[in-house]
Design a binder for this molecule. Sequence first.
Ligand code: AR6
Length: 174
Amino acid sequence: MVATIILILWDITTQNTDAIVNAANSTLLWWWGVDGAIHRAGWPMILQACQNITRIEYPKGLPTGEAVATVWWNLPAKRVIHTVGPRFSDYKNDDRKDDLFHCYENSLKIALDHGIKTISFPSISTGAYGCPIEECSKIAVETVRGFVELYPEIEEVRFVLFSNKDYWVYQKLI
Ligand code: AR6
């Protein structure tokens, strides 16, 4: 059976899916936005886990479009998948058009690797990174739909939006 895709207007840190996705930056250090909310909720272990990853696996930082997983200690989701979306300056560059697609696809691949069946995504790159949500939401929904049709192991995908405006942009697509 193909996964259920649903929209939620709420804080992603409250979601009880197996994993939640973080719109991180390449240092994996705590910043603002959804990243700040996730790090505050998972403080301090999640930061330590991120620092271990950057120290050992990605000393130059996690590249844009890549994703890594950390465990999650004190909230409903079991794991956090951190991915780095494109900044608007990269996004509008034709050579980098696939970066955002790779964020969603690589996060879902990691979910499969970890046996994750349910996953929540924020609207990657449309906050501090300034990319247009009308275009980014299409990439998000199309990538997720394409992936779950191929991999029925994923049972539920939630897009967790943080404003009415963003919610309605996604609502038109779902
Ligand atoms: N739950 C769900 N969505 C949220 C939450 C939340 N608790 N908080 C914010 N959003 P952003 P980006 C929405 O800026 O554009 C970070 O500081 C927000 O309204 O978090 O990928 C990183 O460290 C927006 O719609 O991520 C990077 O430096 C969406 O999440 C940089 O920002 C994404 O906004 C990444 O920028």
